[in-house]
Design a protein around this ligand. Structure first.
Ligand SMILES: *Cc1c(COP(=O)(O)O)cnc(C)c1O
Length: 402
């Protein structure tokens, strides 16, 4: 038997030698378009704060008022004494926003995926999942004993083939699962075709709109609204931690799904509910999203401006169609070098490499928000231009490309 701490030290030494240990970046102040990290003011291109709501006065005031009126904590899990009337009010508002009969909130988007997959699917069932789905979906599938079929990313013909395999094996329930917007590439799931193939195979569809809520659809209702597929996607999972600006996850679905989850979803049953301040801030966020549609318009104007600027410089932005814009540079080392060079030039963006993304497509992932000014985005583009030149990442006009 090895000593646990000694063996951890070995493991860390190996990770360190591979350059895989990165210190946490610590923000000395609020999450916003510009942040202070280790005393430096940086233009922030790596938050999920799409609509700039983390610091919106309506959310901050709602949180403070709720803490005063309802207390700092909820004191119990939802099924014991941890359901306050504002928890249910938020669920009614979410259902209305998502156009579903019911909704249930959980502690996070991660918990929502674990809860919904773990309780709806069992051994006789099958889950058919896009190969690039988020880690929380992968972990949720691991909790089920259902048979797993992966389909090639956004490939609906492969989806159809996998559905046919599930049918031949006589699976009971078949659930197709996809992200609405994919978090590494910023591309959008072909939801109309996915729904059509699933319907033809008598399978149900679940979409995870973590990166689509606040971004796609009317007032940010998400990918189902964006494609006009109301009533044809059984389950919409999402997070209250990205565009909504606070914390939490939700499942918007028919009432039967909500009832089942209340009785079977383990994160719901065995983990304490949100503090009132979180719930009230989420309610305020939904109001702001409906009352201030100019935020979503600004998010898209910023996205188009920034993406066009990166492409004009000659960067490879992959298949991005949303505010998530990767700058793909090759190896993990190159991605980390670009992130470091950007930081020296006043821009905060994270480098991502294998195994988070495929080996040859290391990247710096950028996300603009409604809170950025054009001036900030132009300064960020200058930093990309300068860092790209110094690291020789850009096609040079004088050098003919093969
Ligand atoms: C971020 C994310 C989650 C997790 O949401 P949290 O609220 O942060 O736990 C789940 N699914 C997808 C697709 C995500 O991007």
């Amino acid at each position: 038997m090895t000593d646990l701490l000694a063996s951890l030290r070995d493991e860390l030494a190996t990770l360190g030698a591979e350059g895989a240990l990165r210190p946490l970046a610590v923000l000395q102040g609020p999450q916003a378009a510009e942040v202070t990290v280790e005393g430096h003011r940086l233009i922030n291109l790596c938050s999920n704060n799409y609509l700039g709501l983390t610091t919106h006065p309506a959310l901050v005031e709602a949180a403070a008022a709720a803490a005063r009126a309802w207390g700092a904590g909820s004191g119990a899990v939802r099924t014991i004494a941890g359901t306050q009337s504002i928890h249910e009010e938020l669920e009614r508002r979410l259902a209305a926003f998502k156009g579903t009969e019911a909704a249930l909130t959980l502690q996070s988007g991660y918990a929502a995926n674990l809860g919904v997959l773990g309780s709806l699917l069992g051994e006789p069932d099958a889950v058919v999942s896009d190969q690039l789905n988020h880690a929380s979906i992968i972990d949720g599938i691991r909790l089920t004993r259902a048979q797993r079929f992966l389909f090639r990313h956004r490939d609906v013909d492969d989806l159809e083939a996998q559905l046919e395999s599930a049918r031949r094996q006589g699976r009971r329930r078949v659930l197709v699962v996809t992200d609405g917007v994919f978090s590494m590439d910023g591309d959008i799931a072909p939801l109309p075709a996915i729904v059509a193939r699933a319907e033809a195979a008598h399978a149900s569809v679940m979409v995870d709109d973590a990166h689509a809520t606040g971004v796609l659809g009317r007032q940010g209702r998400g990918s189902v609204d964006h494609f006009g597929l109301q009533g044809r996607v059984l389950i919409q999972v999402g997070t209250l931690s990205k565009a909504v600006g606070v914390l939490g996850g939700y499942v918007a679905a028919p009432a039967e799904v909500r009832t089942l989850l209340i009785h079977a979803a383990r994160p719901f049953l065995f983990s304490t509910s949100h503090p009132p301040a979180v719930v009230a801030a989420c309610l305020a966020a939904l109001e702001v999203m409906e009352a201030e549609p100019e935020r979503q318009a600004r998010l898209w104007a910023n996205t188009n401006h920034f993406k066009a600027g990166l492409q004009r410089l000659g960067f490879d932005c992959g298949r991005s169609e949303t505010p998530i814009t990767p700058v793909i540079v090759g190896s993990a080392e190159r991605a980390m070098a670009l992130a470091d060079a950007l930081r020296e030039r006043g821009v905060f963006a994270q480098g991502l490499g294998f195994p988070t993304v495929p080996r040859e497509s290391g990247r710096v992932r950028t996300i603009v928000t409604a809170g950025h000014t054009t001036e900030q985005l132009d300064r960020a583009l200058e930093a990309f231009a300068s860092a790209g030149r110094v690291l020789d990442l850009l096609p040079s006009p004088s050098r003919a490309r093969p």
